[in-house]
Design a protein around this ligand. Structure first.
Ligand code: SF4
Length: 402
């Protein structure tokens, strides 16, 4: 979305956060799971009653021409990587014609202007698409095969954002482990970590979406050794049982061993898991439960399986899925609270973003933006968009209070 906004503002349009002041609303949609699609539909229908909505993203890419029937009240539809369609969007803003443009997922990574939505951290997308075929995932069919961005282009993009005052960069992709294999015929993530570290010694980087395969050991070591990378890694394991991992069509790895290695290296581990996956037997669930209980994962993302492509039949009862999901969520809540309480009374680096006049909100530097925990202070004069040292005094509603 930042790329599309960048291209639009470059052509003289103004972005406003307040919908009442806007002439058009750009709505970026998700289509990863059933709940995300329902949410996208609800929001699109609600907003299109008030404003002219331009619908973008994965939902459009996935549904193609069916969007005309689903949203008769909307005229403009564009698939993923919306920035590529800037001209087409602007040409048709005031038209009455129905327009649908899908992303061809051409074998190229587009470098476009950015309109950053934050002033401290930003996301650097190092590749688009994915060449793996996890059985539950629609991303390869929506976003196409892997297209990596060249290392020197990534360095230039970071350089530009640094000149604009950005201090922290979240390195993202659909599959960070395989970065570069299409362009350079070999994995280049280690080289990228090395180049970013060498060129931006006083900046912070965080590695997200690292697929757990044989490369994980070297990647974790590189993050640990780097002076610029935050000691944090996101490795979406999806499950711990070999039986389920096989049904997911993912590489067989020892999740327990990898997790122990990550903890030994002193990194914060974020991971996501799918509960109630087809063929998840009681013993598989027990393995997952025992794993979560062990507390390897510092930041847990948990999803209940939903059949996304009719390829794998949903074999676990809905009530069983809910039961298993709730068991894991409750275990994690207890562990998360315990971890948070360990920070009380200590000083931590934090960054604050916005204030509602009464409180100011931000996050600890060790937490990833947008997905991890929130820190709140009533000292609304705290400096924003810069690192400050604060003492955590309490935990309330799973928020740090300082
Ligand atoms: S690696 Fe990630 S994006 Fe690729 S198919 Fe698997 S889950 Fe989907």
């Amino acid at each position: 979305m930042e790329y599309l906004l960048g291209e639009i503002t470059k052509r003289g349009h103004i972005i406003v956060g307040d919908m009442d002041k806007a002439d058009f609303v750009l709505l970026n949609t998700c289509s990863f799971i059933h709940e995300a699609r329902v949410e996208s539909e609800k929001v699109a229908k609600r907003l299109s009653k008030k404003k002219k909505v331009i619908l973008l993203g994965c939902y459009v890419q996935m549904f193609g021409e069916r969007v005309f029937k689903i949203f008769p009240e909307i005229d403009l539809f564009f698939g993923t990587e919306g920035g590529k369609f800037t001209e087409k969007i602007l040409e048709n803003l005031n038209g009455k014609k129905k327009i649908l443009k899908l992303n061809g997922n051409e074998n190229i990574f587009y470098s476009l202007e950015r309109y950053p939505l934050n002033r401290f951290h930003t996301y650097i997308k190092i590749s688009e698409g994915c060449i793996r075929r996890c059985s539950f995932c629609n991303i390869p069919s929506i976003r196409g095969g892997l297209r990596s961005k060249k290392i020197d282009e990534i360095l230039k993009e970071v350089e530009k954002m640094v000149s604009m005052g950005f201090q922290e960069f979240e390195i993202i992709s659909e599959d960070t482990s395989l970065y570069g294999i299409d362009l350079y015929k070999r994995r280049m993530i280690l080289k990228l970590i090395e180049s970013l570290t060498k060129n931006f010694t006083d900046k912070k980087f965080r590695l997200l979406y690292v697929y757990p395969d044989k490369s994980i050991y070297d990647i974790v070591s590189a993050v640990k050794e780097s002076k610029s990378f935050i000691k944090y890694i996101d490795v979406p394991f999806q499950h711990v049982s070999e039986n389920v991992i096989k049904y997911m069509n993912r590489e067989k790895v020892d999740v327990f061993e990898i997790s122990r290695m990550i903890k030994k290296m002193g990194l914060v581990l974020r991971s996501s898991f799918i509960v109630g996956f087809p063929e998840e037997k009681a013993k598989d669930f027990k393995m997952l439960k025992d794993y979560i209980k062990e507390g390897y994962v510092d930041k847990l993302g948990l999803f209940m399986y939903s059949d996304e492509n009719d390829r794998i039949k949903d074999t676990v009862d809905y009530s069983k899925k809910i039961e298993r999901f709730n068991i894991l969520i409750n275990i994690n809540k207890r562990l998360a609270l315990k971890r948070m309480k360990e920070k009380i009374g200590k000083f931590h680096e934090a960054v604050f973003y916005h204030s509602d006049g009464e409180f100011i909100y931000g996050r600890l530097l060790e937490d990833a933006p947008d997905i991890d925990d929130v820190i709140v202070s009533n000292n609304i004069k705290l400096q924003r968009f810069n690192l400050v040292k604060v003492k955590v005094k309490d935990i309330k509603y799973y928020h740090y209070i300082c």
